[in-house]
Design a protein around this ligand. Structure first.
Ligand SMILES: Nc1nc2c(ncn2[C@@H]2O[C@H](COP(=O)(O)OP(=O)(O)OP(=O)(O)O)[C@@H](O)[C@H]2O)c(=O)[nH]1
Ligand SMILES: [Mg+2]
Length: 458
């Protein structure tokens, strides 16, 4: 249990019907009692039952701040596992701030981002993967992301990981006991049995790992970066895909300088679309930075859309971009097909093996073909979301990969006829790696880093 008591505004800092100030820790109830006065002026929160809600007023010294409802949840049956009070006041930016200030005048300190959930984790209310799911629920941008994070919050991933770990632990314990007591426990024929146990476990891990590509794309959207030389029509493309005039479009080459990001849903597929500055050699200092940002964005893109201006011949900038996308998932759009063209699909097809689609961002043609091509690339035409468990977190993916590798090592030790104590070392590694997902034996720094990504008051 943590010793100090923390508080933060748990709701968004904008005007709303209700705002909530959350207090957690051993002094939560007494701190709230110092500010709270019930309607009749007599009732004290400290004397109330857990999970009850109370109507009254909050005062800062002699000054009445607001009319409130205060909920009291006593540890360990609260989100953090500690005594928790939530003051529900009117949702004005000033009033929630003033109430928080009043709370902080008592023996309560401001909470760090994610500190309530961190306490829930440290007090064993949630495992680490569930705590991560909390922030994923908050950050969800589409139905898939929400569904998948709520299911992980409920423990779908933890449950599966625990199941695999139990089976591994049983085998480790068996080997250790047999080695300790060879007279009573025989290891004859054991390696084959072990192989029969770990093969399906390794398969389960590899299925989970396979789900990551789709899982991460379904929840975060396909990170798609639009590249092309100046004036090719990149921003025009962003605008028609976004369905609004998001980016400035002019006939001046070099209009877009900075990165512009827009979340869109294209026929059910979430796409995180990035418009960039046109790529060209330039002496303009600002444009230069834009060009280098464009290239940086392209580095970690899931998909690059290369927009070609078909109304002018290909030039050295195009050749540079063709080189850049060579080993990347990309689609080439031959834009301005409504004008007289200098570049043909065939010419591009000679220079690159990427799919080339003729479009017009001005006349809104060719967009269905682009959508189909993206679907085919990422989902083999299938975007339906099933009930399967998806891995959406890279940290989990890495731990699963490590656990899988350790099981592969066990398999090769069995096949190589090595002694049993070799099996248990790698089985133990796999067990520990899976524990990393749940937050067992993880370094404090990592825990701090994970929770620092949370928002205030959660
Ligand atoms: N005829 C025609 N003109 C287009 C088409 N797409 C874009 N344009 C025009 O081309 C010019 C440049 O378009 P933008 O979308 O600003 O091009 P960009 O690639 O974003 O350019 P930079 O930001 O300078 O790199 C504008 O005048 C657009 O109206 C198209 O399909 N057909
Ligand atoms: Mg532009």
């Amino acid at each position: 249990m943590q010793k100090d008591t923390i508080a933060a505004i748990a709701t968004g800092m904008s005007q709303a019907g209700i705002g909530i100030i959350r207090i957690s820790g051993p002094e939560a109830i007494s701190a709230a009692d110092r500010l709270y006065r019930s309607k009749c002026g007599k009732k004290r929160l400290a004397e109330s039952a857990s999970h009850t809600i109370h109507y009254g007023y909050i005062y800062d010294g002699g000054q009445l701040l607001d009319e409130v409802l205060v909920s009291v949840m006593k540890g360990p049956h609260s989100y953090t596992g500690e005594d928790t009070v939530e003051i529900n006041c009117h949702g004005g930016i000033l009033v929630v701030k003033r109430i928080l200030e009043a709370v902080l005048k008592t023996e309560v300190r401001p909470a760090d981002p994610g500190e309530f959930t961190k306490r829930a984790f440290l007090n064993g209310r949630l495992d680490l993967s569930q705590a991560e799911a909390v922030i994923d629920v908050i950050n969800s941008r589409n139905d898939f992301a929400l569904k998948s994070s709520v299911s992980q919050l409920k423990g779908s991933l933890s449950g599966k990981i625990r199941e695999v770990r139990e089976k591994l632990l049983y085998q480790i314990a068996f080997i250790e006991s047999a080695l300790d007591d060879p007279e009573h426990i025989s290891l004859d024929g054991y390696p084959e049995q072990l192989l029969d146990t770990i093969n399906p476990l390794a398969l389960q891990l590899s299925e989970l790992l396979k789900s990551y590509d789709n899982g991460h794309i379904l929840s975060d959207g396909i990170k798609t970066v639009i590249l092309g030389k100046p004036n090719a029509g990149k921003s025009s493309l962003l605008n028609i895909l976004a369905g609004r005039e998001r980016a400035i479009v002019t006939d001046i080459a070099g209009t877009t300088r900075d990165i512009l990001e827009e979340q869109i849903i294209l026929d059910g597929i979430g796409i995180s679309l990035v418009d960039t500055a046109g790529i060209r050699k330039t002496e303009d200092a600002v444009e230069k930075i834009g060009v280098s940002r464009a290239k940086d964005q392209a580095k970690d893109a899931d998909l690059i859309i290369y927009v070609v201006d078909s109304s002018v011949p290909l030039d050295e900038n195009d050749l540079e971009i063709i080189e850049l996308i060579q080993n990347r998932k990309s689609i080439v759009l031959l834009n301005k097909s409504d004008l007289e063209t200098y570049v043909s699909v065939e010419e591009l097809q000679d220079r690159t093996d990427k799919k080339v689609i003729s479009v017009s961002a001005r006349e809104n043609t060719g967009i269905e073909a682009l959508t189909e091509a993206i679907k085919e690339m990422f989902y083999s035409g299938d975007v339906s979301i099933n009930e399967e468990l998806y891995i959406t977190n890279e940290r989990h993916k890495i731990a699963l990969q490590n656990a899988y590798k350790s099981l592969e090592l066990v398999k090769s030790s069995i096949e190589g006829g090595l002694p049993e104590d070799f099996f248990s070392i790698d089985l133990m590694d796999a067990y520990e790696q899976l524990g990393v997902i749940l937050g067992e034996s993880v370094e404090e720094d990592l825990v701090n880093e994970i929770f620092s990504k949370f928002c205030m008051g959660k």
